[in-house]
Design a protein around this ligand. Sequence first.
Ligand SMILES: Cc1cc2nc3c(=O)[nH]c(=O)nc-3n(C[C@H](O)[C@H](O)[C@H](O)COP(=O)(O)OP(=O)(O)OC[C@H]3O[C@@H](n4cnc5c(N)ncnc54)[C@H](O)[C@@H]3O)c2cc1C
Length: 467
Amino acid sequence: MSSVERLVGSVSVKALMGDEVLRRYRSDGLREFRGFRREYAVSRVAVVFPKDTSEVVEVVKAANRYRVPLVPAGGLTGLMGGAMPITDCVVVDMREMNRVLRVSREDRVVECEAGITLEELDRAAQSAGLTIGHDPWTKKYATVGGCIATNGMGYTAAAYGSMRRQVLGLELVLPTGEVLRTRSVEDFSTGPSLAQLFVGSEGTLGIITKASLRVHTIPEERRLLGYRFESFEEGFPTVVKIFSSGLNPSMMEYGEVFESPSDPSGMYESELFIMFEGPRRVVEAKVETAEELCRAAKLENSRVEEFWSHRHDVADFYVENVAKANSHPVWGDAFFDFIHVSLPVSKVLEYKRQTSEMLKRHGLWVLDRGVWNSPENFSIAFLKPFDTSQADSLKQLSQAFDEMVYLAHRMGGSMEYCHGVGVKLAKYMEEEHGAAGLETLRRIKKALDPNNIMNPAKLIHGVEGKI
Ligand SMILES: Cc1cc2nc3c(=O)[nH]c(=O)nc-3n(C[C@H](O)[C@H](O)[C@H](O)COP(=O)(O)OP(=O)(O)OC[C@H]3O[C@@H](n4cnc5c(N)ncnc54)[C@H](O)[C@@H]3O)c2cc1C
């Protein structure tokens, strides 16, 4: 009997094993068409569905006893392979821990279990006149635990911040099976924040079982404006001015519009969508000021409404089509990938210029490019048309990706601002954090997880997958 089977047989938690489990849990959003080659020998994967914290403790203790890696999983929408089995392991599917525990309008706090989806949690908050203010494309599918573990970002992050700013307190099962509960207040001066240590830890330091989040009163007024600029370069200074003027938009997306992704020379303009929310009179004043700053053509209302009402469509398309397939339903066998870097504002246009040259040199087409929620957060989606052999295409795609990561680092930026590291970006972690930074992360991991049970060989490059 394998150690995975022994673990499953020793716990009272609901569990499944077999080919169907392997198929359903074999991958998150890191897919083969992103140029990712699966080179892991995985033959035995079980999945457990804990119903409460005590069941998570039971599983973690058993994993230490049998030395079996645990991979926490939420909605499996993560894009970097964080929830993907890379060795024989037990996946801890948290989605049955999905209760709302407290909604307080007065405290502006919700408490919930970690497996609840953002949409379900927001529905509960809305019934008390509140909103969680975290609205990624995957709101319907992603779980609170997954978003905290990747420090995700949603549409209204310009006002409410990425997940890091929303987390007040956490309950976690540590890799040794102890339960850690932090206090749920925003400000304290009693040592480093333990809760924040686990934000962005991608399941490598423990399993988040409960969270207490800062939520917000549903605004009296919300106004979404849209503008068209002749080029990205023309409108970018306006975007920067809006942010530096103290107008505090709640949402901003500014990016290039391509006539057709199959024609990379067909870029024709750039669109800015910007939202203000709050008390009506404050919003009116902000809109008036923004309109003075934006000396550009206004977008038709229908275009602005279309942008907002269709913002989650990509995730529905992903769940219904992409997650089930090996090749991309639109791009076929071509490789497609993206990079989301965070840069000093002063470097964004130069980064765009230099990466355009890199992409061109490697024969890659730009599908989408722009900034989101802050002029510092710059992303590029790109495609390698299938005009060379698979091996050559893959080489060009990954060389271009390397060059873009290293350029972001040279410019003083970070290689990723909201999707985490997983296995895809783990190889760049020393560049990202420096040798001393990576070593510090490794020591924290070793101190908390002496048997290397939790999601080994993810995020923290160099910690061996085998235990
Ligand atoms: C089409 C599409 C659009 C997307 N748009 C956005 C977007 O707008 N903004 C954004 O930020 N992201 C986006 N993502 C990425 C993804 O939705 C986020 O990373 C999300 O936060 C992952 O949540 P999940 O529940 O699916 O986590 P999973 O994919 O299941 O897991 C992600 C990571 O968190 C760990 N984890 C999960 N639950 C726990 C837990 N309870 N305790 C400890 N660790 C845990 C896993 O081990 C893994 O490392 C998008 C993905 C897709 C496919």
